[in-house]
Design a protein around this ligand. Sequence first.
Ligand code: IPM
Ligand code: MG
Length: 369
Amino acid sequence: MAKTIKLLVLAGDGIGPEVMTEVGRVIDWFGRHRQMKFDIEPGLIGGAALDAEGTPLSDTTLALAQSADAVLLGAVGGPKWEKLPFDKRPERGLLRIRKELGLFANLRPAIMFDALADGSPLKPEIVKGLDLVIIRELTGGLYFGEPRGIDSPKPGIRRGINTQVYSTPEIERVARVAFDLARKRRKAVCSIDKANVLETGVLWREEVQALHDRDYHDVELTHMYVDNCAMQLVRNPKAFDVVLTDNMFGDILSDEASMLTGSLGMLPSASLGAAGPDGRRPALYEPVHGSAPDIAGKGIANPLAAILSFAMCLRYSFGLEKEALEVEQAVKGVLAGGMRTADIMQTGKAKVSTAVMGESVIKELDRAR
Ligand code: IPM
Ligand code: MG
């Protein structure tokens, strides 16, 4: 009998629960049709956790995350909690789970599905066949650097402080993830920094280059300033294979890259830590789109990014490449068949709900079986 896979599902806020319901169907399907057993534990994060437990991520949920084989997350945040102090905001739950699980490498692929090529705001010839992945450092830099805070150096004047800080090991471990991934792809890493202005950028560039020269000769490495990268991503995105960058720049560039594909509703992500002594690697999978409070509860959200995140989970946490491809093929099949949620709607296609989209993926899985 196959080993039981323990998944913690943190549906979160807004459209999170809706899209995770559809992921649930896909998990069920694999449980029924493949030699796989899943043990699914639901948990709270973000605003949902705040309302129920008074904190955006409780120690109990964190412990569950630490003992699970992987975490599947929906989305966090919403207008209801926007006015709260910083440490109570739903986003803190997400930042805490990333930090406490040590999820330092965030993989954000931007893939253009052929069926959606005219849905991009860019000309089809610029994005057709696009297949890049951003590796974003996720537990350091400006997001976590100390000192931080808002103080008052003089009466009547307030001062906001954040610190951009990176050390050699932090840069090396995420760069390794980028180089290793590039080896399975087109063997090209473009490392992004602001070395013309920031010391952290100088260090980033030097350490990435040194690691490359030591261990990754076979991979092509280039460096680019972040402002130039922002421009090249819309000018010629297909020139990129693996894009390696820090936490803040990666946050911005990944939203930009996602839009090349036409909809944030299509993009999955994986956040990975270092393998522990037992070989288990902490991992969290989430769609890149947020909680989308404006459409929450209407049953129109696109579940494909969340479903594709589950495919990444099969691939990166369990080495189930064949099963990951099955999910990705099913999504392609549904799109080729003309099914569209509102966010990716095109004239002449069938506009469907979240649930019908999920059911269609299951039908495709059945068809290909
Ligand atoms: C993301 C989001 C988060 C981030 C927010 C919700 C804290 O924008 O995952 O890109 O800034 O990292
Ligand atoms: Mg972001």
